[in-house]
Design a protein around this ligand. Structure first.
Ligand SMILES: Nc1nc2c(c(=O)[nH]1)N[C@@H](CN(C=O)c1ccc(C(=O)N[C@@H](CCC(=O)O)C(=O)O)cc1)CN2
Length: 299
C-alpha cells in the first residue's frame, strides 16, 4: 500500500518556519511583509481560497490587504488597482485570484503586476526566468510539489518524471523545475497517444490535467511517487442530496496499490499552495529590500 504524503502537516511546518522568519525580518530590519489579494466577483471556491489566504497571512505575522471587487468590474478598474498596489511600499506581494470574470482578460492583468511583487509567479518575466534558470518568483503549486518531492525522495537526479498537464500555472513550470532538478522530463496531456504507457515509465508521475480520477492504478510504475494536483468537485449523492466531494486527477483507491507514495486529495498538494504563497511573499519582501532570503534562519 502506498504511503500517503501529508500535505497538511508539511504546509503547517512550512508556515511555522515562515512565521519565525517573518519575526526575524521584523526584529532585525523593522520590515513586515505585506500581501495584497484581489478577488473580483463571487466565485464560491475563490471566496474560500481568498479567506484562507488572508487568515494564514496574518497567522504568520504578515500584513494582509484584501481587495474585493464586484462581478461587473471592468478590466480598467482592475488594472488601476494593480497599478496602485505596484506603487504601495507596504505591499510586497500581489495576487489576483483566478479565474477572473469573462469581461476581464487575465493575461492583461497578470502582465500589469510588477514582476518583483508577482508572488504567484505567473508574469511572463517570471515564467521566462524559470525557463532560463534565472532567479524569479516560482508559481506556488509547482513549488509545493517540488518541496514534497525533495522531502520524500531527496535527490531527484536521473529520475524519469512525467507531468500530465500543460497549463502555464502548473504543468509547464513544474516541468521546468523537474528539469532543473536533473530529471528526465516528459510533458504529456489529455491528447497524448498511449498516455497509460507514457505514465508507466515514470518514477515521478504528476497529474495536473483537471479530469477527475483519470489516472488509474495500472498506469503507475510499481513504487513510483505520484503527485496529484487535481482539485475536482464531483457529485456525492451518498453524502446527501446536492452534496459534492473533492477528488484528484488520480484514482486514489487503485493508485495506492501500485505507487510507493502518493499525495491525497484533499490534504496533499492543495494546502502547500497557500504555504508557498507565503514563502514567495517572504522572498519578494527580502529581495525588494535588497536582502537575501536564504540568510534568514530556516529553523
Ligand atoms: N491567483 C491564483 N489563482 C488560483 C490559484 C493560484 O495559485 N493563484 N490556484 C487555485 C486555487 N487555490 C489558490 O488560489 C487553491 C486551491 C486549493 C487549495 C487547497 O488547500 N485545497 C484543499 C481542499 C480545499 C477544499 O476543501 O475546497 C486540498 O486540496 O486539500 C488551496 C488553494 C486556482 N486559482
Amino acid at each position: 500500500m502506498a504511503q500517503l504524503i501529508d500535505g497538511k502537516t508539511f504546509a503547517a511546518n512550512l508556515r511555522r518556519t515562515i512565521a519565525g522568519q517573518v519575526a526575524q525580518l521584523n526584529r532585525g530590519h523593522g520590515i513586515t511583509p505585506g500581501l495584497a489579494v484581489v478577488l473580483v466577483g463571487n466565485d464560491p471556491a475563490s471566496e474560500v481560497y481568498v479567506r484562507n489566504k488572508g487568515r494564514q497571512t496574518i497567522e504568520v505575522g504578515m500584513q494582509s490587504f484584501e481587495h474585493r471587487l464586484p462581478q461587473n468590474t471592468d478590466e480598467a478598474q482592475v488594472l488601476d488597482l494593480v497599478a496602485r498596489l505596484n506603487a504601495d511600499p507596504n505591499v510586497h506581494g500581489i495576487l489576483v485570484q483566478l479565474p477572473l470574470p469573462d469581461q476581464i482578460n487575465s493575461a492583461h492583468v497578470l502582465a500589469a503586476i510588477d514582476p518583483k511583487k508577482d508572488v504567484d509567479g505567473f508574469h511572463v518575466i517570471n515564467a521566462g526566468l524559470l525557463a532560463t534558470g534565472g532567479k524569479g518568483l516560482v508559481p506556488c503549486t509547482p513549488l509545493g510539489c517540488m518541496m514534497m518531492l525533495h522531502d520524500h525522495l531527496g535527490d531527484l537526479s536521473g529520475l524519469d518524471a512525467v507531468v500530465v498537464g500543460r497549463s502555464n500555472i502548473v504543468g509547464k513550470p513544474l516541468a521546468h523545475l523537474l528539469l532543473a532538478a536533473n530529471c528526465t522530463v516528459t510533458i504529456a496531456h489529455s491528447r497524448s497517444r498511449d498516455l497509460p504507457d507514457i505514465c508507466r515509465k515514470a518514477d515521478i508521475l504528476v497529474a495536473a490535467v483537471g479530469r477527475p480520477r483519470m489516472i488509474k492504478g495500472d498506469w503507475i510504475k510499481p513504487g513510483a511517487t505520484v503527485i496529484d494536483v487535481g482539485i475536482n468537485r464531483i457529485p456525492a449523492p451518498e453524502k446527501g442530496e446536492g452534496k459534492s466531494r473533492l477528488v484528484g486527477d488520480v484514482d486514489l483507491a487503485s493508485a495506492q496499490k501500485h505507487a510507493g507514495a502518493i499525495t491525497p486529495v484533499p490534504g496533499g498538494v492543495g494546502p502547500m499552495t497557500i504555504a508557498c504563497l507565503l514563502a514567495n511573499t517572504l522572498t519578494a519582501t527580502c529581495r525588494i529590500h535588497g536582502l537575501d532570503p536564504s540568510d534568514l534562519d530556516a529553523r
